[in-house]
Write a protein that binds this ligand. Structure first.
Ligand code: FAD
Length: 324
């Protein structure tokens, strides 16, 4: 059992940034062993090339209409077959909804362990050891799988670094056929809704979030301006989402998205434990709140006590002058 495999999640032939981060980590874990990217879908040639440029020595490609959208049955059937035939030491994926589902399915079929949503990962012989935040990020737990067989892990977005793409890298591409014929797959994808424009929350290096403090849907206007100037993504607390001021796709927290940006700016957000669960692993947290006792200040590296409707436009103006 050797070599590190990475399932590359892609859309329109473009790998997800978190999948490229997984390849960067795979390169470190593999040492002199090969890194293999698994690229399944339809029209995936450019994703296969991108995987090689970002660190894969080999690509196993499955290009078929039945794999156009990620579906559990055909994807796991193909993963199971390849893993049983080629016996990789480690199989990685980004900890997205699909990555978690596929790794859990393939690991269960292989009778193997899976470490989920990890932020650190090392491989020492047959021992795969991970750090993963639990209890809303309040506890960092070290977990390991010691097994000569394949070991699985899903990686939190932005916890690992992708390699600088190198157009001069070369690698082998092997094409394989799907295992299940379309009529053997019971799931049909009826429609797909893409997230509305802007920067993706989970991939963003800067997130500007606001909560009930903005007072209504119009209160998000200055927050959006700040996010735009910083080229950041717009986040929100559940209170703002529940009030109908901003769609759910922006919610950060226990029942929303988990983000790990370099910079998280929490504006008019008190910092409830359920909100913290989605953002406490941000590298730098800045809080803007008129209540000096708001719990968010305990977590923040920098705090501004003041009215957001004065502070935020002033900050936006200052950043605009500096950055443009
Ligand atoms: P508030 O707690 O009302 O805070 C508003 C803040 O704005 C206050 O600190 C106030 O001082 C400040 N403020 C007001 N006006 C101004 C101004 N003009 N200038 C500056 N500051 C101002 N919450 C999440 O966010 N995400 C989740 O995923 C989530 N999941 C949950 C799951 C469960 C099971 C439960 C029970 C709760 C969950 N919550 C979640 C809700 C959470 O407990 C809080 O109720 C919520 O986070 C509060 O949102 P908030 O900070 O925007 O509002």
């Amino acid at each position: 059992m050797s070599g590190v495999w990475v399932w590359i999640e892609q859309g329109d032939g473009k790998p997800l940034p978190a999948s490229l981060e997984a390849l960067g980590l795979a390169r470190q874990l593999a040492g002199s062993d090969p890194v293999t990217a698994l690229v399944f879908g339809q029209g995936v040639d450019s994703a296969a090339q991108a995987a090689i440029q970002s660190g894969a020595d080999a690509v196993i490609k499955a290009n078929d209409a039945s794999l156009a959208a990620v579906r559990f049955e055909p994807y796991v059937a193909l993963l199971d077959k390849l893993i049983a035939e080629q016996k990789p030491g480690v199989v990685l994926a980004a900890a997205t909804a699909d990555g978690r589902e596929l790794m859990a399915g393939a690991a269960a079929d292989a009778g193997a362990g899976v470490l989920t949503d990890v932020t650190e990962l090392t491989l020492d012989g047959d021992t795969l050891r991970a750090v993963r935040p639990v209890n809303g990020g309040k506890v960092l737990r070290v977990e390991s799988i010691q097994d000569a067989g394949p070991k699985f892990a899903t990686l939190r977005a932005r916890a690992f670094k992708a390699l600088e793409p190198d157009a001069g890298r070369s690698g082998t591409i092997t094409e394989v056929a799907p295992v299940l014929a379309e009529d053997a797959v019971s799931t049909t994808i009826e429609s797909v809704e893409h997230e509305a424009g802007g920067v993706s929350l989970t991939d963003a290096s800067i997130v500007v979030s606001a909560g009930r403090g903005v007072g209504g849907p119009d209160g998000f206007a200055p927050i959006r301006d700040l996010a735009d100037v910083l080229h950041g993504a717009l986040g929100a607390s559940r209170a703002a989402v529940d009030a109908g001021w901003i769609p759910y796709e922006h919610q950060v927290g226990q029942t929303g998205k988990t983000v790990s940006p370099d910079l998280y700016i929490a504006i008019g957000i008190s910092g409830a434990i359920q909100h913290q669960a989605g953002m406490r692993t941000a590298k730098v947290i800045v809080a803007i709140n008129k209540d000096p006792d708001a719990p968010i200040f305990k977590l923040a590296r920098y705090g501004i006590v003041g009215d957001l409707f004065e502070v935020v436009p002033a900050l936006t103006e200052a950043f605009r002058k500096r950055l443009n």
